[in-house]
Design a protein around this ligand. Structure first.
Ligand code: GH3
Ligand code: MG
Ligand code: MG
Length: 411
């Protein structure tokens, strides 16, 4: 097969530029992933770099000798920066440009500019270094178990490795070794590898972006915007998943239903905005009081829910901690002496064969009993068949603002 190197270069430049435009339009569609814009720009800069590299002799001057190569290294740096940005890192403009700048400075020395060996060694070091940097970023991203990153890791790693042999080859050859005297077959292989890398990376970048956008949308659909807790849908999904994971376990699962007391009156007395603030304070209270593995959500209005992989006795203690903590946090909210409290219903089931709807309606019945019993208390449904059992604060101790103030003073 006859491989014509100038044709390969021209085709590669066209393909890289086309991929750049493609990534750019993908970014225009959804601008939430900034890394995509960096990757798109890297392809366009890289395409320009390859084009200038082909014309190097005829365009320098006015452009400095080696400008095409320098642009290519900047493009490699931009791909690396895109990977950094993608998992929340910062842009590193100095490191990004370092490869290109170092190469341009080196080209000002005739000893370097005229030595094919030196140019090949430095170029290969630059390409490999940026490829390994990119692989390293994606390796850290791999720890984020949401995504399978093996392809994303493997492609830049391979690209970095492919550019290592020229260093060894160049160093073992007499001076004068460079790209020009390389056999045509080798040049073609390097061009094809670089092209494959460009196409493969664009494909991986699009897949990663698609996964990320899906994740953002999924999280938004499962989150309550006021409190940042899971909403009803998100909560039910997570609770079902927990039950499915422990379907053959003999562990217990307890549901807690929370309902703020006299919340309508809080809205009426202090306004809706302060009511919202009370809801946020309660959300913070349960987040701070309950354990990592507990699933918390807001079902709607002033009703919250939690499921805990715990026995009813343990869950009752957790519920009592929430009740007491909110009694303190609710004394004053948004600058108003509010005296907000919460009533809690608890119900327990074994994980195996647990029906979440039934469990929640039993916890809801227990909550109703807590309201009936005087509010600001925890009520447990004794077991799966019997009626709710009242525990915790007896009605006579239902706190007034004064008693809560005493409590705070004592604390
Ligand atoms: P109880 O002690 O029996 O639970 O009485 P309550 O007043 O808390 O119960 P009720 O169900 O009568 O009132 C709930 C109130 O919650 C009515 C509604 O206006 C208010 N509410 C629902 N969603 C929101 C919200 O997102 N923000 C605010 N500020 N209020 C809300
Ligand atoms: Mg309610
Ligand atoms: Mg209420």
């Amino acid at each position: 097969m006859l491989l014509d190197v100038p044709t390969l270069f021209t085709v590669s430049t066209g393909i890289v530029a086309f991929l750049g435009m493609f990534l750019f339009f993908a970014w225009i569609q959804d601008r939430s992933i900034r890394a995509l814009a960096w990757w798109a720009a890297a392809y366009l800069v890289g395409g320009a770099g390859v084009a200038l590299w082909m014309l190097d002799k005829s365009v320098s001057p006015p452009l400095p000798f080696g400008f095409g190569n320098a642009l290519l290294f900047v493009a490699c740096g931009m791909i690396w920066n895109g990977a950094r940005l993608f998992h929340g890192g910062r842009v590193e403009p100095l490191v990004l440009c370092a490869g290109g700048v170092v190469y341009l400075i080196a080209c000002q020395f005739p000893l370097f500019a005229q030595s094919g060996t030196h140019r090949v060694v430095l170029s290969s070091i630059m390409v490999s270094a940026y490829a390994f940097f990119t692989a390293r970023e994606l390796w850290f991203e791999r720890r984020n178990r949401r995504h399978a990153r093996w392809a994303a890791l493997f492609v830049p790693l391979l690209h970095g490795l492919v550019f290592l042999p020229p260093i060894a080859l160049a160093l073992t050859q007499p001076d004068g070794f460079g790209v020009a005297p390389l056999p045509v077959g080798w040049k073609a292989i390097f061009i094809l590898e670089a092209l494959l890398y460009a196409v493969g990376t664009a494909f991986i970048v699009l897949m990663m972006t698609k996964e990320r956008v899906e994740h953002i949308h999924k999280t938004a659909a499962a989150t309550d915007t006021l409190t940042g807790l899971l909403n009803r849908r998100g909560f039910l999904e997570r609770a079902q998943a927990l039950i499915a994971r422990h379907s053959s376990s003999d562990r217990q699962l307890t549901a807690l239903m929370f309902d703020l007391d006299h919340f309508k009156s809080i809205n009426d007395r202090f306004g809706h905005a302060t009511g919202d603030e009370a809801l946020r304070v309660f959300a913070k209270t349960i987040q701070n009081t309950m354990r990592e593995g507990d699933i918390l959500g807001r079902l709607g209005g002033e009703e919250f829910v939690a499921v805990l992989p715990a026995t009813i006795a343990d869950a009752e203690r957790a519920a009592e901690r929430v009740r007491a903590a909110f009694q303190i946090a609710g004394v004053e909210i948004g600058g108003h002496r509010m005296g907000a409290t919460v009533s809690i219903g608890a119900a327990c089931s074994s994980m195996a064969g647990c029906n979440i709807d039934q469990l929640l309606s039993r916890a809801d019945a227990a909550l109703y009993a807590a309201k009936e019993g005087g509010r600001n208390r925890v009520t447990c449904a004794s077991d799966e068949t019997t009626a709710p059992r009242l525990v915790a604060v007896p009605p006579s101790q239902h706190p007034t603002i004064e008693t809560v103030s005493d409590l705070l003073r004592a604390a």
